[in-house]
Design a protein around this ligand. Sequence first.
Ligand code: MN
Length: 221
Amino acid sequence: MDLHCHLDLYPSPAEIVQEIDRRNLTVFSVTTTPSAYLKTKALAEHSKSIFTGIGLHPQIVSQRFGELNQIEKHIERADFVGEIGLDGGPEHENSWDKQVTVFRKALELAETAGGKVLSIHSRRAAEPVITELLKGNGNNTPILHWFSGSKKQLNAAIEAGCWFSVGPAMLAGAKGRELLAKIPLDRVVLETDGPFTQKNNIPYKPWDALELCQPILCDIY
Ligand code: MN
């Protein structure tokens, strides 16, 4: 599986789709803008194991705030919701209020749609993300993608019912591995976050998730 991958951003998405199908992988194809949703969904039209999410990435909320209504339009039929979330980095401070507005609205719409799986970005924002999740009615299934908060925040996220998608990039460092060791195995799923993550300038592909994470998981569990 690769439960957080930006399929539409690879140079040749059609080739990636073909290989995903050949290997029979389960892939969550996230989008960073609502306007990319339909064409990203079309990439996976003939695939049974690629699921497409509607998302609005917190790092580009200032430019894409106007697309919020498109989440509303498509969310009911979307396979899941993502990439959504909050980014507390200083470079995104100016858009914080808009980020919160978008994240809240997405959570609320997902609940109204009967509950959705969510792929969530929480860089430097683990606490506010968990706070927002706890306001919900429990219908949604949150997956924190590439979690990088503190151990205390990790425990709060586990308590809040979160799942965690971990990948080669997160597990490359000691901090990521220490966090992973504290997560119950039955809350762990795999991701690559490709093509944003890479090794020697070659973007990770969905099939790298298991291959590269398995030895580390076996070591820890
Ligand atoms: Mn991502």
